[in-house]
Design a protein around this ligand. Sequence first.
Ligand SMILES: Cc1cc2nc3c(=O)[nH]c(=O)nc-3n(C[C@H](O)[C@H](O)[C@H](O)COP(=O)(O)O)c2cc1C
Length: 395
Amino acid sequence: MSTKHVVIYITGGIAVYKAAQLVREFVKAGAQVKVAMTDAAQTFVSPQTFAVLTKNPVYTDFSANQQREFVSHIELADWTDIAVVVPATANIIAKMALGIADTFVSTALLATAAPKYVIPAMNEKMWQNAATKRNLATLKNDGIAVMEPAEGFLAEGYSGKGRMPEPLDIFKWINNLSAEKQDLAGRKVLISAGPTVEPIDPVRYLSNHSSGKMGYALANAAAKRGAEVTLVSGPTRLTKPAGVKFIQIQAAAELQETMEKNFSKSDIVIMAAAVSDYHVDQVAPQKIKKNGQDLELHLVSNPDILAGLGQIKKGQILVGFAAETENLLANGNKKLQKKNLDLLVLNDVSRTDIGFNAEDNEVRLLRARREPRLIAKSSKDQIANQIFDEILNLA
Ligand SMILES: Cc1cc2nc3c(=O)[nH]c(=O)nc-3n(C[C@H](O)[C@H](O)[C@H](O)COP(=O)(O)O)c2cc1C
């Protein structure tokens, strides 16, 4: 928790006073905490309480604050590793479900891409209302974690469901859900990513549109889950993932040599690089001058690196990627078998909203003698984690 930036959004329920204790739990655990409050929340407890506990000014509206953030809702959203809404009123739950951005709190929440944790607290009748149930189902469907309220004595003077759970229980719930799994600890993972670049002459080359995002997401995910990661990458614009051994390559031949050299000491090998199928037979030693004539290049087939690794495999889990535009499953299954793979990640590159260069992807995971598993459209980071979940199922 000590490295985390936690933003606590406090909305106007009677349980606001208990949020102070939760803020203390996060501060005690070493997190950096910032608080934002709705107008209704401020009628229950003064922002000063939270400013003192967090040693940070409290966000109450859009005006430039003491930190001189002029677009403060976006700055706060970008700073966030974890967003917690506590106590979450029926009102903020409805706004989050609909994407309403009419106050600082609702706008910053809409702008936040980090994981969100919602702790509803309200009167039992509001909790039971069909609209609240519908809105909570929408939040869960959007990937937001919702904590069940406790049953017990309500502020209204009777017992029922809707009570905010105890701050320490909330802290433990969030801590458990947000902890990075270390289930790849001790595994050596070798990943190739990005395009290869086949030279024509000293200034020109043949390549492809691979951004490297999927391979880098895999390297990041594996490193976070405790693996010892080697990333072999063609040229990309991406930042090298932290805590990863990085090897830069250019041509397919160099990629092949590097992968084969590192293969025997790896447990899991993933070929996510988009390897050129051909290279230029005779690379010109000097820049080819234009002379008004057409130019013919003789292209020679590159070796199938993945199939080669499949042949020398001894206990490694070998994962390939396939980009197909037609007969997806039939072509994918053929590759799985022919290349002796344990898992094939199948991309439909006929779609422009996923795959090459896109932020999101939608893939099918193919395994021998199993039904293909569809991973619905989601971020490449999420897909990467699902691929490792599947790999761990294989092992
Ligand atoms: C004394 C009092 C207690 C309230 N307690 C709750 C509550 O526990 N949960 C809730 O959803 N709304 C509660 N409300 C109603 C909210 O304050 C109201 O819906 C408000 O518009 C919420 O605004 P916000 O979501 O922007 O904070 C309470 C109102 C009052 C006056």
